[in-house]
Ligand binder design. Structure first.
Ligand code: NAD
Length: 293
C-alpha cells in the first residue's frame, strides 16, 4: 500500500522550491521549507506571498484560500525539523555533490519510512538514490518552472524504486492537479534531453555571430511559434542550471553534440545567471529587459 502524502519537506527554497511549496500548500498539503539560511527561507516565503496575491488579483484564488495556504507553510531550520514529513523533495542547486551531501544528512535525520525525492533536471536518480539508506523509497519528481503555471511533472524511477513509492508519488502529483509523464532514468530525462540542446544551439548561434540575442529570440518566437525565445527561456531557467544539464548530457552520453557552448560557460563564470541574478542574455536591472549582446 502506498503512503498518503499530507506533509512534505522541501530542501532548497529557490525558484523551484518556492514554486513547489506554493502548489502543495494551495492543494491542502502541509509544507516545511528548508534552505541554507533563514534569510533565504524568508525571501521564499515573501515570493510565495506575492505570487499568491497575484493569483487572488486574477481571481484564480480567494483571499481566504491564500491565507489558509500560507498558514500551511512553515520554516524548517534544520533537517531534524523535517521528521514529521511523509515525503521530502530536494530542490537545491543542480550539483551532484551538493545533492548527495544533502541526502546523506537527510537520511540521518529522518525516520526510515520517509520517502525521498529529487527535483533534479538531469542527474541520475539511481546514483542519487545510492547515496541514501533507502533507494527503494527514492524517486525523481521533476516539476517544471514556474511550478504554479506549468502542467507537467516528470516521474523517474531509479533502478531500486518500489511500486509503492511510485504510487505515492503518482497520487501526490494527481492531488496537485498536475499531469505526469514517466521517463526512464537517462541523463536529463525527456523534457530537458530535448529542450536544453536547443537552448545550447541558440547560444552557439549567438556565439558564432549568426544572429543577435533579439534576432534569435524573435526568430524562434515568430518562426517556430515558441511562447518564449530560447535565450529568454535560458535566463528564466538559470544559466547555471542550463550549463549543468549540458554537462550531465555530455558526460553521461559521451557525444560531442552535447558540448556546452563556451559562451554559456563564460556567462556562468561571470555570475550572469539570468533573471535570478538580474543579468544573463538580457539585463533585467532597468524597467525592461535589454539584450547584453
Ligand atoms: P535556485 O538557484 O533558484 O535555488 C537553489 C536553492 O538551493 C538556493 O536557495 C540555495 O540556497 C539552496 N541550497 C543549495 N545548497 C543547499 C543545501 N545544502 N541545503 C539547503 N538548501 C541548499 O535553483 P532552482 O532553479 O530552484 O533549481 C533547483 C533544482 O530544481 C535544481 O536541481 C534544478 O535543476 C531543478 N529544476 C530547475 C528548473 C528551472 O527551470 N530553474 C526546472 C526544473 C527543475
Amino acid at each position: 500500500m502506498s503512503v498518503s502524502i499530507n506533509t512534505i519537506g522541501i530542501v532548497g527554497a529557490g525558484q523551484m522550491g518556492n514554486g513547489i511549496a506554493h502548489v502543495c500548500a494551495a492543494a491542502g498539503i502541509n509544507v516545511m521549507l528548508n534552505d541554507m539560511s533563514e534569510d533565504r527561507i524568508n525571501s521564499a516565503l515573501a515570493t510565495i506571498n506575492g505570487n499568491m496575491a497575484r493569483q487572488v488579483a486574477k481571481g484564480a484564488m480567494t483571499e481566504e484560500q491564500r491565507h489558509d495556504a500560507l498558514g500551511r507553510i512553515t520554516a524548517a531550520k534544520s533537517f531534524d525539523d523535517l521528521s514529521p514529513c511523509d515525503l521530502v523533495i530536494e530542490a537545491a542547486t543542480e550539483n551532484e555533490e551538493v545533492k548527495r551531501n544533502i541526502f546523506v544528512a537527510l537520511c540521518r535525520a529522518l525516520p526510515p519510512a520517509t520517502l525521498l525525492s529529487t527535483n533534479t533536471s538531469s542527474i541520475s536518480i539511481t546514483r542519487l538514490a545510492a547515496a541514501t539508506n533507502r533507494p527503494e523509497k527514492f524517486i525523481g519528481i521533476h516539476f517544471m518552472n514556474p511550478v504554479p503555471v506549468m502542467q507537467l511533472v516528470e516521474l523517474i524511477r531509479g533502478i531500486a524504486t518500489e511500486d509503492a513509492t511510485f504510487e505515492a508519488a503518482r497520487n501526490f502529483i494527481t492531488r496537485l492537479g498536475k499531469t505526469f509523464t514517466v521517463s526512464e532514468d537517462f541523463p536529463a530525462f525527456i523534457v530537458n534531453r530535448i529542450l536544453l540542446p536547443m537552448i545550447n544551439e541558440a547560444v552557439y548561434t549567438l556565439y558564432e555571430g549568426v544572429g543577435s540575442v533579439e534576432s534569435i529570440d524573435t526568430a524562434m518566437r515568430l518562426g517556430a511559434n515558441h511562447p518564449m525565445g530560447p535565450l529568454q527561456l535560458a535566463d528564466f531557467i538559470g544559466l547555471d542550471t542550463c550549463l549543468s544539464v549540458m554537462q550531465v548530457l555530455h558526460d553521461g552520453l559521451a557525444d560531442s553534440k552535447y558540448r556546452p557552448c563556451p559562451l554559456l560557460v563564460k556567462y556562468v563564470e561571470a555570475g550572469w545567471l539570468g533573471r535570478k541574478t538580474k543579468r544573463g542574455f538580457y539585463d533585467y536591472r532597468g524597467e525592461k529587459p535589454v539584450p547584453t549582446r
